[in-house]
Each structure stands twice: as structure tokens, then as C-alpha cells.
Design a binder for this molecule. Structure first.
Ligand SMILES: [Zn+2]
Length: 293
């Protein structure tokens, strides 16, 4: 009888001890609940409402149409406070490799979007002169050199003032500055699009140089210095002949850090060294735009 009682007590004790093991079998219901919740509750509503408040990382925007009706397009990457713009191919077919460079740079940042710093909105215009590119010329469809058509009469250096008669690498060309500053639809589109830009790089070929816009003062000089170091291109005060009405001279007077970058030849896009330059600029962009004049 005592053994019988004892064995009952022992059985009760041994039954009591496995209780902790039983607890996990109670928990299946919590593990079942989350899937049902996450499927029914947030997914459809959240995903539908996301695109409107959060802009897409990459946007392709139509800025306008050239004289002959070709679209002028810009690609945007990111949504930071500082607008950095890369302008390709202002000189049409003569500098076609700058168009290819811009296309390749845009493709790079589409794939490597995390390389655009959060404070930057990067804009890329592959060609501001689609008519010149299509028609096999440096000029736009009205025979105007678009990099001689800006209003550069306001700054402290008179030698860059707009003129109807211009010089380029081929020599003196009467009438190619346009009828008056910003007389061309392409330069008007560019001026209006860049009105809130803080850093602008305009691409050319083939002097292998970085040239600061303006009269040698301010953030443009700092930008030129940084770009020359990062790309390995030389840094020069001028291209070697008088340049009137250039877009970077106009922008520099507006307080924009603006430079011309000249590739080393008319064929290669020189992507790698220019990516290094663009990346260096974006990573120092706060320092560049806060530079005191
Ligand atoms: Zn050029």
C-alpha cells in the first residue's frame, strides 16, 4: 500500500516535471498568426500608396524640343538637396563621344544607384544639341554654336562677352553666336533647366583639359581643381582661343560651380576616369557649394 502511494506520488512528480516541454506545443498558434496578418493587412495598401509620396530613384524627363523637333531629355538619379547636372554634346556630331559618355554614365548610375550620395540629385543630359548630332555638325539647325550663345556680358571679364562672331577650334566664324544671347531654343531650355543647379559639368572634346567657368574666382575654380585631380585631365585657364558666350561662364556668374571638361580625343567616351571625377565631385559637393567667393 505504501509502495502504491509512493509510486503514485512519483508518477505525479514525474508528470509535473515535463510541463515546460509541453509549453512549446502551445505556441503554434502565435506562429500561425503572423503570416495571416502580414498577408491580409499591410501588403496591398502599403505597396499601392508608396509610389506617390516617394519619388522613383531614376526618372527620365523631357525638357523640350530642339529647333527641328527632336526631344531633349534629362535623366535624374536620387533626390538630394544639391542639384548636380552633367551636360553632354553641346557640340553635336563633332563631339559625339561626349554623348556616348553621358549615356554610359547614366547606365552606370541606374545599376549602381547607391553610389549617388543622399545629399545629391544627379541630372544627366546626354545631348543638348540633338539636331547637330543628327545632322553631322557642331552647330544647331540654325548654324549657331550653342556654347557661344549665352549671356556672358555681366561678369568682370569683358573678353568672354557674347558676340555674334565667334572663334572655335576651326578659327573665326562670323554669325555663329546667334542673333542675341540665348536666341536659340536649345540654350533657352538649358538656361531654364539649370536655374536651380549648384554644380554643372559641360562635356567637350578633345583638349584633355578641365577649364573653370567665369573669371577665375569662386566655386568653379575649386570644382575644376577637384575634377582635374580625380580624372587626370590637365587644368587650364582657357582653351587656347577666345571663347565668347559660353554656358559655363554664364553659370559661374550666377554663382554656380561650373566647368568644361574636355575629353582627350574625338572617339573614346573615357568612362572610367570620368566616373572617378563625377564621383569625387558628388562626394565633396557640400564643400564645393559652400565655397566662399
Ligand atoms: Zn565643345
Amino acid at each position: 500500500m505504501r509502495y502504491w502511494l509512493l509510486s503514485i506520488v512519483l508518477i505525479m512528480v514525474s508528470c509535473a516535471s515535463p510541463t515546460p516541454l509541453v509549453e512549446p506545443t502551445v505556441s503554434p498558434s502565435p506562429t500561425l498568426v503572423p503570416p495571416t496578418q502580414s498577408v491580409t493587412l499591410p501588403t496591398p495598401t502599403t505597396k499601392r500608396s508608396l509610389p506617390s509620396p516617394t519619388p522613383q530613384f531614376h526618372e527620365r524627363r523631357l525638357l523640350g524640343y530642339s529647333r527641328e523637333g527632336r526631344p531633349i531629355v534629362a535623366h535624374r538619379f536620387g533626390w538630394g538637396e544639391v542639384k548636380v547636372a552633367l551636360v553632354g554634346n553641346i557640340h553635336g556630331r563633332t563631339e559625339e563621344n561626349t554623348y556616348r559618355l553621358m549615356i554610359e554614365v547614366a547606365a552606370h548610375y541606374r545599376e549602381n544607384f547607391m553610389e549617388v550620395p543622399s545629399e545629391v540629385t544627379l541630372w544627366i543630359i546626354p545631348t543638348i544639341n540633338p539636331d547637330g548630332l543628327a545632322n553631322g555638325t557642331r552647330f544647331n539647325a540654325r548654324g549657331v554654336d550653342l556654347n557661344r550663345n549665352a549671356d556672358t556680358d555681366q561678369d568682370a571679364c569683358p573678353e568672354n562677352d557674347w558676340s555674334p562672331d565667334i572663334f572655335d577650334s576651326e578659327g573665326h566664324i562670323p554669325g555663329s553666336g546667334g542673333e542675341h544671347p540665348f536666341s536659340e531654343v536649345e540654350t533657352q531650355i538649358l538656361r531654364d533647366f539649370l536655374v536651380d543647379a549648384q554644380v554643372v559639368i559641360s562635356y567637350h572634346s578633345q583638349a584633355g583639359l578641365v577649364v573653370a567657368g567665369g573669371c577665375g574666382e569662386g566655386p568653379s575654380r575649386q570644382l575644376a581643381h577637384l575634377l582635374a585631380q580625380a580624372t587626370g585631365y590637365g587644368e587650364a585657364e582657357s582653351i587656347g582661343y577666345p571663347v565668347t558666350g559660353s554656358i559655363v561662364d554664364y553659370l559661374a556668374f550666377q554663382g554656380v560651380a561650373a566647368v568644361d571638361v574636355e575629353l582627350t580625343n574625338k572617339v573614346d567616351a573615357e568612362l572610367e576616369r570620368n566616373l572617378k571625377g563625377i564621383q569625387a565631385v558628388m562626394e565633396s559637393v557640400v564643400e564645393i557649394v559652400s565655397h566662399e567667393n
